[in-house]
Ligand binder design. Structure first.
Ligand SMILES: Cc1ncc(COP(=O)(O)O)c(C=O)c1O
Length: 397
């Protein structure tokens, strides 16, 4: 244990609120590799929870941040900065005809999207109830907690923010039954992340879209975790062929600098008007420069193609592990958003893998979650499978 580690953990426990319980410390990153305080090298199959999608310290992103940091970091949104509308233009061009609002995190992006839906619904028939999905995760602010379909996150923070109800995911009959004249929007993750890497059934999403059209209800996608290339298309909705009325993004949008946002399609894009919503740091020049560099990586570096290729390869190799190990129930996911489903809690396996210098996450209770940078090589995928197989063999024994 290094002196730096000892000093850091001591400071952390004395001065930082105990909402996190970190296990390790990292001091350097490059691509899909991280180095700890003692210089040991780790393979990062979490990417900071789907944040560093184009790799740690990606050269394009680092250069953009360096250049912009020397020019202009922040002015308020009372003035124009060149980069934020450029970024909005790029995202709209890649997604659909609409407009973007920039914030700082996933919860804040979803919070804004919820405000958009309520503003629209209240103005169109006094409707303001939002239906979201059981097992979903939308953030830790009070409204996004109320949208989150896992009650454990709300415990202790009562009263719940009103205006939300949840139905089972991938169940069109339950959704139809829940639609009342008070409903203004349906909100869902195209691939549930925290809940256990559960993709929506494409037919279900098409039926949800049709239902929304029939009832004049807005369709909101939370793409905070599954967007930004994670499942092999720039935006998650593009993998399903279903266009939402609005979708949120965050995490990987600026590859580690704090940014979130949501896009609303025409004809709803001007619902939030001057003075109805704001964020001091939303779309600051520095963060917008990083986000533009991320888009450039998607355009020039084959990131999405690599995600699809390595994702398919990893899924195939991991699926083979369910044969020798009966406690491995299967593999599911899309692109490089992959869950290895166990018949028992996944936490101990994740801890064993950390000891083998492979960083992974868990999701739900029994799913080992893999969210590597989208730039991983075949060799890195093989190395990860080797370490996972090694840990599974130890568990078997
Ligand atoms: C689908 C989804 N929505 C929202 C959030 C909240 O994002 P943030 O932690 O940036 O507020 C997360 C975070 O994990 C998420 O996975």
């Amino acid at each position: 244990m290094s002196k730096l580690y000892e000093e850091t953990t001591a400071r952390f426990s004395k001065y930082v609120m105990p909402t996190y319980a970190p296990q390790k410390m990292f001091v350097k990153g490059e691509g899909a590799r991280l180095w700890d305080d003692e210089g040991a090298e780790f393979l990062d199959f979490a990417a900071g929870i789907s944040v560093c999608n184009v790799g740690h310290c990606n050269p394009r992103v680092t250069a953009a941040i360096r250049e912009q940091a020397g020019k202009l970091v922040h002015i308020s949104n009372l003035y124009y900065n060149e980069l934020m509308p450029r970024l909005a233009e790029k995202l709209v061009t890649e997604a659909f005809d609409g407009k973007v609002f920039f914030a700082n995190s996933g919860a804040e992006a979803n919070e804004g999207m919820i405000k958009f839906a309520r503003k629209y619904g209240n103005a169109h028939g006094g409707r303001n109830v939002i239906i979201s999905m059981e097992n979903s995760f939308h953030g830790r602010t009070l409204a996004t907690l109320a949208a989150t379909g896992r009650a454990k996150y709300r415990k202790g923070f009562e009263p719940d923010t009103p205006g939300f109800l949840q139905v089972p995911f991938n169940d069109i009959a339950a959704l139809k039954a829940a639609i009342t004249p008070q409903v203004c929007a349906i909100m869902l993750e195209p691939v549930q992340g925290e809940g256990g890497i559960l993709p929506a059934d494409p037919d279900y999403l098409k039926q949800v879209r049709a239902l929304c059209d029939e009832k004049d209800v807005l369709l909101l996608f939370d793409e905070v975790q599954c967007g930004m290339g994670r499942i092999g298309t720039r935006f998650a909705f593009q993998s399903f062929g279903v266009i939402p009325d609005a979708f949120s993004m965050a995490k990987a949008i600026a590859n580690g600098l704090p940014m979130g946002g949501f896009m609303v399609r025409k004809p709803f894009a001007d619902t939030l008007t001057a003075g109805t919503h704001a964020s001091t740091f939303g779309g600051t020049p520095l963060v917008s420069a990083a986000a533009l560099a991320v888009q450039e990586c998607f355009d020039k570096d084959g990131v999405l193609e690599n995600c699809r290729e390595q994702g398919a390869y990893l899924m195939k190799r991991l699926a083979a592990l369910s044969k020798p190990y009966a406690f491995v129930k299967g593999v599911r996911g899309m692109g490089l958003m992959i869950g290895l489903v166990l018949d028992r809690p996944a936490g101990p396996l994740a801890a064993a893998l950390l000891k083998k210098n492979l960083i992974v996450l868990t999701a739900g209770e029994t799913v080992l979650r893999l969210l590597p940078p989208l730039v991983i090589t075949r060799q890195e995928a093989d190395l990860a499978v080797e370490r996972i197989a090694g840990a599974l063999a130890e568990f078997q024994a």
